[in-house]
Write a protein of this length. Sequence first.
Length: 252
Amino acid sequence: MDLMIRGKRALVTGSSRGIGRAIALSLADFKVDVAINYLRQRTLAEDTAAEIEARGARALVVKGNVAKPEHVHRMFEQISAAWGGLDFLVSNAASGVIRPAVELSLHHFHWTMDINAGALLPLVQEFIKLPPDTGKVVVAVSSLGAVRAIPNYMAVGASKAALESMVRHLAAELGPDGVRVNAVSAGTVDTDALRFFPNRDQILQTARERTPAGRVLDPQDVANVVVFLCTDFASMIHGQTLVVDGGYSILA
Ligand SMILES: NC(=O)c1ccc[n+]([C@@H]2O[C@H](COP(=O)([O-])OP(=O)(O)OC[C@H]3O[C@@H](n4cnc5c(N)ncnc54)[C@H](OP(=O)(O)O)[C@@H]3O)[C@@H](O)[C@H]2O)c1
């Protein structure tokens, strides 16, 4: 299948593991070069890089905390020096404090907001400075918690709601300059992130039982839609959040 993205260059934040890794490998399957961002686990990032190169695309490992603008700036300097430009930005890295709202401190809240929502600002501001001038794509990875109340998820849910709003505002502002901005909102995916939920087993069981598609999502399901949004087949999709959840959220 030719999606006509061969030779493009992407940054996927948080792509050392989980959904980000699946997005990075899927882009590489279509011969897109990928810069792999990670924060802590370099070995995993290098493993993703090796998989990308095995698929015939270029890989670049860029360490940095997306919540720190100076780290983001350094990451883009590395990408610019190596590749001279960037076509796709996938803002996927996320973290957050998972606990009941009454136990959340404002520090937890701001920390979660900075990584999951705030980071999109410096990422996009650096991204639009690099060539090419037009034809660029931003995809942010969100979750159903942006629009639903999920136990222990208040800080992350609020950050994802902010993220989706930012996507709409950025799409309106940057669309005329040839930058397309969208989000993909995923249902439950069994990654390391679920280990932080005290009710992980129950979340997975509910997802198994309630998902109309008949199975729980895997990272590839999310990656497929991110790749689609990067292509010109999605050229008139601007500022949207595409829900990828096997139908979970349509049920009462
Ligand atoms: N899993 C789900 O059920 C689910 C559902 C809906 C949406 N999502 C969204 O999908 C995205 C990926 O989730 P996931 O489940 O794949 O997460 P994950 O398995 O926990 O992986 C998180 C990735 O982000 C990196 N990361 C974390 N904090 C970072 C920071 N401050 N700066 C840079 N990199 C950072 C990690 O790098 P290190 O390994 O170096 O720490 C890792 O590569 C997130 O936006 C998440 O909200 C997940």
